[in-house]
Write a protein that binds this ligand. Structure first.
Ligand SMILES: Cc1cc2nc3c(=O)[nH]c(=O)nc-3n(C[C@H](O)[C@H](O)[C@H](O)COP(=O)(O)O)c2cc1C
Length: 374
């Protein structure tokens, strides 16, 4: 179930550690009013052990709704406590990370994508999370792990988690994870995308909600995926590296409502007010550099971008306010870029999803699933 006061999560920005922090989300929300925004993954232990310091990890501005908190962990007690503590912050959904292959995460016991090998535990964790939360819960996972990569094994995971817990929404990063020695970045490139697994899940679990993720770069692709039946589409790297062009068309092209009509200059003016009010809120943090980091993709492919970046590098060495940073650097960007609104969505059709129907794996057989993880 989705909080009724927001438009549905047809488009969401993926959870990305060290990227989708408060600063990025503030910028993203100035560009799209309706995209759903995910936090970075927060370990349950961080929430529990930083109990006296929670604002630093969990607080966000009300404009960021609809917003989903992603948590990670493998200790049921901590997951329960963390979810309960997070309740006070009114997130719109709690998402559980079952997709992260980072050795920092996956290597420490059963955490992140390794949890896909233990659907029974994930079902318990989701039950605990749901019992301690006031909002819907969801799971973000991959389509498999190492050689556990058959469609039936994926279905077994979905079947067990959904039948043994209140989870009704799954976000499917449509590639498997490789756990042995492959870096997290390579794990987002090397294993091939298999969107056909995602579309087969829609066919085989018609009562559940699935969001597709992985390698989707713009609203045309988002609409193409939705045109083939995807309930929702999650975009990660493109929304970070090129926020203006990726998020700027979401309100009109995906949600069919007018966009903010702000120019880039106006977005940055608002962002500067936010940024300067945030500086050094927690001791020395955040710094001007922390606040400016999400802006680095803001002029992606525009005239002046290279010069702006060079000026930005220099300005970050001495600017003590976001205002002075922008005053010093924005001279590199032509007024025609700064004063333009987002404009029309790019035209053209994408057929990456329409040819999948012939590639779908055979339907899931519930009879076979019990044996798989026995
Ligand atoms: C820098 C970075 C950090 C990430 N951190 C997380 C995370 O905290 N939790 C998570 O579930 N996925 C994380 N991901 C994976 C993304 O959520 C997403 O599944 C992946 O990037 C594929 O989507 P894309 O092709 O649109 O980028 C991260 C990805 C990147 C690039």
């Amino acid at each position: 179930m989705v909080a009724a006061r927001y438009l549905p999560p047809w488009f969401s920005v993926a959870p990305m550690m060290e990227w989708t922090d408060n600063h990025y989300r503030t910028l993203a929300r100035l560009i799209s009013k309706h995209a759903w925004l995910y936090t970075e993954m927060l370990a349950a232990e961080t929430i529990v052990f930083q109990k006296g310091n929670l604002d630093r990890f969990l607080a966000y501005t009300p404009e960021q709704h609809p917003i989903v908190l992603q948590i990670g962990g493998s200790n049921l007690e901590n997951l329960a406590k963390a979810t309960e503590l997070a309740n006070a912050y009114n997130y719109d959904e709690i998402n559980f990370n079952c997709g992260c292959p980072s050795p920092r995460v996956a290597g420490h016991g059963c955490f992140g994508v390794r949890l896909m090998l233990d659907p029974k535990f994930v079902a318990e964790a989701m039950s605990v999370i749901a019992a301690n939360s006031d909002v819907p819960v969801s799971v973000k996972c991959r389509i498999g792990v190492d050689n556990h990569d058959s469609y039936n094994e994926l279905c077994d995971f979905i079947y067990k988690v959904s039948s043994q817990s209140p989870t009704r929404h799954f976000i499917i990063h449509s590639r498997k994870a490789l756990l042995n020695g492959v870096s997290p970045a390579d794990n987002r490139k090397i294993p091939p995308l298999k969107y056909e697994f995602y579309y087969a899940l829609l066919r085989d679990f018609p009562d559940l909600r699935f969001t597709i993720n992985g390698g989707i770069n713009g609203v045309n692709e988002v609409n193409a995926a939705r045109g083939e039946g995807a309930h929702g589409v999650m975009v990660g790297r493109a929304a970070y590296h090129n926020p203006w062009n990726t998020l700027g068309h979401v309100d009109t092209a995906v949600y069919g409502v007018p966009h903010t009509n702000l120019t880039r200059r106006q977005v940055l003016e608002k962002y500067q007010v936010y940024g300067d009010s945030e500086l050094r809120k927690y001791g020395l943090k955040p710094t001007v550099r922390d606040v400016i980091r999400p802006v680095f993709g803001f002029f992606h492919s525009e005239p002046g971008n290279g010069l702006w970046k060079r000026k930005a590098d220099a300005a970050l060495l001495h600017c003590t306010t976001v205002k002075s940073f922008f005053e010093e650097t924005l001279v590199a960007i032509p007024d025609s870029v700064l004063d333009a609104t987002v404009g029309e969505a790019p035209s053209g059709s994408i057929d990456s999803f329409s040819k999948l129907s012939g590639l779908l794996p055979p339907p899931y057989s519930e009879r076979e699933q019990e044996a798989l993880y026995a």
